[in-house]
Ligand binder design. Structure first.
Ligand SMILES: [Zn+2]
Length: 326
């Protein structure tokens, strides 16, 4: 294991990495996990990739170089937190910033040693402590058409049924490094709630290998699914009460406006309230704990705008999504 050393106020920290050097091309692909310390599925997906590389003697097969970062935010991982422990900041909002806080310095070091030299990158996440997400990839779009198109190609090769395209925010790895270094970065999201989703990670590893094949780092034909769905965004549904939550719909379920999704029992009133879906679509994320707090998101829906008001099953696109098996 190799390390880079980063000086932050009051500490010097190490960021571990593995460097697989193939022959042929000098293209570099960086694959990272643990930018958010509480995202064990991103970390576990990278672990699977490392095991795959070691078991398959990857350097002999690799056309180019592969740099793997098993955990970018070690302090967050140790404390099971999303943010970096030294300054309580989200590392994925700290790229390309001038201020010298711990998180900005870590982001700058990652940029200097890895992302500024890379040709493409993949960043593995999950939904954090409180929610579980349907596996999907995120393409952050911006003016640079090369980056957007290449990231779309990676998303296609990864092969998850759902691809979300969105604009992204200032300070994000995927946004800032694309802007500054013309680096296409795909974000992968699998699972959440500090639970390792082994079944999905197996598919996730297949997806990473597929990307490496599609981008010419490994030989072989990538297997791309026949149907994928590009979606813009999800709608978070906040709890109307504080109480004990029971959700009776599963992740990936088709729901319609007015459907009962579950209930919230409010102990101080000894009363149970229904949780009703405000729209038609697919359940995209659900809260992992059975307590609801008024105003906080308990589940989210990928909206099917063609199926509104009337409970008709009109949209072929969303109907197809119904068949996702969780
Ligand atoms: Zn994350």
């Amino acid at each position: 294991m190799k390390h880079i050393h980063v000086k932050i106020p009051g500490h010097e920290i190490e960021i571990p990495y593995l460097h697989y050097k193939g022959k042929g091309s000098d293209k570099i692909c960086v694959i990272s996990g643990g930018v958010h310390g509480d995202e064990v599925n991103g970390i576990s997906l990278v672990r699977k990739l490392i095991e795959y590389c070691n078991e398959n003697d990857i350097e002999k097969k690799l056309n180019g170089e592969l740099i793997v970062l098993p955990v970018c935010n070690q302090s967050g991982f140790e404390n099971q937190t999303h943010h970096v422990s030294y300054d309580k900041k989200d590392l994925n909002r700290c790229f390309n910033k001038k201020q010298k806080t711990a998180s900005n310095l870590i982001a700058n070091a990652l940029e200097k040693y890895f992302y500024s030299k890379a040709d493409l990158a993949i960043d593995c996440h999950d939904s954090g402590k409180r929610h579980i997400l349907l596996p999907h990839t995120r393409v952050h779009t911006h003016e640079d058409q090369y980056c957007t198109n290449c990231t779309r190609e990676m998303a296609k090769a990864f092969g998850s049924k759902i691809i979300i395209e969105r604009k992204g925010k200032r300070g994000m790895l995927a946004i800032e490094m694309s802007k500054k270094h013309k680096l296409p970065i795909l974000t992968i999201e699998i699972g959440g709630a500090l639970k390792v989703a082994h079944k999905h990670l197996e598919k996730g590893l297949g997806g990473l290998v597929n990307i490496l094949k599609a981008q010419g780092f490994l030989h072989g034909e990538p297997r791309v699914p026949s149907e994928q769905f590009y979606l813009k965004d999800r709608f978070g549904v906040p709890a109307k009460h504080t109480g004990v939550l029971k959700l009776n719909k599963k992740l990936g379920s088709r729901v319609h406006m007015g459907d009962q999704i579950g209930s919230i029992y409010v102990p101080k009133k000894a009363k149970t309230y229904e949780v009703i879906s405000p729209m038609c679509g697919i359940i995209f994320s659900i809260q992992s704990v059975d307590v609801a707090k008024e105003g906080e998101i308990i589940f989210s829906i990928l909206e099917d705008r063609k199926c509104h008001k009337k409970r008709r099953m009109t949209s072929g696109m969303v109907e197809e999504l119904k068949n996702i098996k969780m």
